[in-house]
Every structure is written in structure tokens, then in C-alpha cells.
Write a protein that binds this ligand. Structure first.
Ligand SMILES: Nc1ncnc2c1ncn2[C@@H]1O[C@H](COP(=O)(O)O)[C@@H](O)[C@H]1OP(=O)(O)O
Ligand SMILES: [Mg+2]
Ligand SMILES: [Mg+2]
Ligand SMILES: [Mg+2]
Length: 346
């Protein structure tokens, strides 16, 4: 690795490589078919892929940057830090290493950085994707009966979706300095593309404040107001916030990372989630990339979240993101006072 690049640039380049490896772990767990699902709370699950991908990311980054503060979504009850040697990644993405570091970040030291890790964003979609990979209808039926958290409505929508929910799954790494997300990675393990005539699975999107974004083709926002929102964590407040937006279309997809990808790629213009379910690891990386691309992510009142190590994990006041300032202002102006109060009092 080039040691001459500034710390933030090196850390982002390492995070891109580590996220690629974590994405392979996510696919490998799915291929083996033993998901090891643990219920953490209501509508809140963890799998072997969440646990292993997080171990890979934290072990790789802390070995290279020992003074970093790294906060991951998943608890590690056995405090197990040993990982298989092929999970320890020391590579760094060559394209990212060439980025121009903004002057304001040149003097940043490891101790000044907080890294927020969501090893698998869209766990609900991942577990439901597993259900659909069972080709044999008998096996699928058996798995359906074993999933206490999948309703018939979801099962039918899965059938119609051509098994596509796995595309909603992402690996998220967010890099914050002075409580602000300055760089981030969204890796999409199940993104399908053809490179040099060969089928390829997975892609990695990155962004660095004042330097740029990469890993995807940016597109202009849609002509009409298209909103993206949750498909697996809705409730009456979430629905109320959607109603008042007067959108031409509402897309219901999984994961905070995937919804921000939809904004970046021009499939939607605003992301609205008026509920406290998202946490700092869901939004740090996506917020950094979106703002490097000219967009904005805040709570539903319009305040930025802070990403210092001592901040509370939940994004209590929901998420409101848009591809540009004007659309963000419009969306904030539509949220009624009583909805803001209802969330504040939750
Ligand atoms: N009620 C909730 N409980 C747990 N996690 C939630 C909840 N709501 C949202 N999340 C997290 O925020 C992400 C985006 O939410 P949604 O898909 O509903 O829009 C989810 O994939 C999940 O992250 P994760 O899958 O990493 O646990
Ligand atoms: Mg989770
Ligand atoms: Mg998440
Ligand atoms: Mg997660």
C-alpha cells in the first residue's frame, strides 16, 4: 500500500477492499444455506453473515489502524477477535488511493476518527432472499413455515419480485471526523454486471468529502417526485409522512444503503423514514457518499445527526434524505408539526 497518501484517503481505500471481502463472506454464508438466525428484538434479526462480516471488517481495520475507534452494529458476546487469516485484508483500492484529500482533512489523526460499521444492511431482505433461493417448492414451503417473521403478504410479494430482494443488501462503512461523516463505502454483494464479457457479482460505491464519489454511474434525479422508503419496518407514522409528500411514486425497498443508492442513481429523489429504527451505522457511510455527491441526509426535522463515539446509536428522529438541497427543503416543509412532536415523544 502507498503510505504516502493522507490517512483519510488510505483508510477509505482500505475500507473499499475490506468491504469487498465482507461482501464475499455474506454471499458464502448464503450459499452454504446455514444462516444461523438470532432474534435481537422485534423485527430485528442477526445472521452468521452479519457476525462474520463484522469480524472481518473490524479485525482488518484495527490491525492496520490500531488507534481508530470502530463501532459495529453487532455485539460480539465472546469478545472473539481471532479471525481466519483470509479475512484479514491489507489491500487498499488503487483508484481511491489517488484521490486528492481536502485540505481540511490533511491533519486528521487516527484518534480523531470514528468508524461506523454495518456489516450487513438489509438483514430482513437477506433472510427472505434465502427463502427464495430454495428452488424446490417443498423446501421453500418448509422454510416459510419455519420463518415466524414472514407474513403471507411478504411471501407473495417475494414470489413476484423475481427473488430480487438480495440486491437490497449492502455492507456499510462510514468514516466520521469531528462528529461529521466525511467518507463512506456502500458495497452491494449481489449487484449483477457484465465486465469484459464475464458475469460479475458485487460492486463498491465510495465517496470522500470535497473529493468525489465513484463505483457507480450517477444519473439526474427523476422528473417527478419519487420517494423511497422502508418495506419491512413501516408503521402509522411512517405512512403519515409518506402521505403528506404528494409523491408520484413510492418505492418500498430494504436497507438504508440501498435507498441512498437509489438516490445516487436517479431512481428516486427523496428518502423518507419517520421512525426511530435506523442507527448511526445505517446512515454514516451513506450520508458521507450522498453529501459528496451534492445531496443531504438529516433527521425529519432537518437537523444533521452527530457521529461522535459517545452519541446514542438510534437515529431517534428518523431519516430524511434528498438528492439536492431544494428537494430536501421541500420534503422538510411537508412534514407536519404533530408528526415531528410524535417522533420526539417516542
Ligand atoms: N425497527 C428496526 N429494528 C431494527 N433495525 C431497523 C429497524 N428499522 C430500521 N432498521 C435498520 O435500518 C435499515 C433500514 O431500514 P428499512 O430497511 O426498514 O428501511 C434496516 O435494514 C435495518 O438495518 P439492518 O438490516 O442492518 O439491521
Ligand atoms: Mg440489524
Ligand atoms: Mg442496517
Ligand atoms: Mg446490519
Amino acid at each position: 500500500m502507498s503510505n504516502s497518501a493522507p490517512l483519510i484517503v488510505r483508510l477509505l481505500a482500505s475500507s473499499v477492499s475490506v468491504a469487498n471481502r465482507a461482501g464475499k463472506i455474506v454471499r458464502d454464508v448464503m450459499s452454504k444455506g446455514e444462516l444461523g438466525i438470532v432474534e435481537k428484538g422485534k423485527d430485528d434479526y442477526q445472521t452468521e453473515a452479519d457476525r462474520s462480516a463484522q469480524k472481518c471488517i473490524i479485525a482488518s481495520l484495527s490491525a492496520q489502524y490500531p488507534k481508530l475507534c470502530i463501532i459495529g452494529e453487532e455485539d460480539n458476546p465472546d469478545n472473539e477477535t481471532e479471525v481466519p487469516s483470509d479475512w484479514l485484508i491489507v489491500d487498499a483500492d488503487k483508484e481511491v488511493l489517488l484521490l486528492n484529500c481536502p485540505d481540511s482533512l490533511l491533519g486528521v489523526k487516527e484518534e480523531d476518527i470514528v468508524v461506523w460499521v454495518d456489516p450487513l444492511d438489509g438483514t430482513a431482505e437477506y433472510t427472505q432472499g434465502a427463502l427464495m433461493l430454495k428452488r424446490n417448492p417443498w423446501e421453500r414451503g418448509k422454510m416459510y413455515l419455519m420463518h415466524p417473521f414472514i407474513s403471507m403478504k411478504w411471501y407473495l410479494s417475494l414470489l413476484q419480485s423475481n427473488y430480487g430482494f438480495l440486491e437490497h443488501v449492502t455492507v456499510l462503512i462510514g468514516i466520521a471526523v469531528n462528529e461529521k461523516p466525511v467518507a463512506g463505502v456502500i458495497h452491494q454483494p449481489y449487484y449483477k454486471s457484465i465486465v469484459d464479457g464475464e458475469k460479475k457479482l458485487g460492486r463498491t460505491i465510495w465517496g470522500l468529502q470535497e473529493a468525489g464519489v465513484g463505483g457507480f454511474s450517477s444519473a439526474a434525479p427523476p422528473d417527478s417526485l419519487i420517494i423511497t422508503t422502508t418495506r419491512s419496518h413501516s408503521n402509522p407514522l411512517v405512512e403519515k409522512a409518506l402521505q403528506v409528500m404528494e409523491a408520484s411514486q413510492i418505492l418500498r425497498v430494504g436497507g438504508a444503503g440501498y435507498k441512498v443508492l437509489q438516490l445516487l442513481e436517479g431512481q428516486a429523489s427523496v428518502y423518507v423514514f419517520a421512525s426511530p429504527g435506523c442507527k448511526k451505522w445505517d446512515t454514516c457511510g451513506p450520508e458521507a457518499i450522498l453529501s459528496a455527491a451534492g445531496g443531504k441526509l438529516t433527521d425529519i426535522v432537518g437537523n444533521f445527526y452527530k457521529y461522535g463515539a459517545s452519541e446514542s446509536r438510534p437515529n431517534k428522529m428518523g431519516v430524511l434524505a434528498a438528492v439536492n438541497d431544494d428537494l430536501h427543503k421541500y420534503a422538510i416543509s411537508k412534514i407536519p408539526q404533530e408528526l415531528k412532536e410524535a417522533l420526539a415523544n417516542k
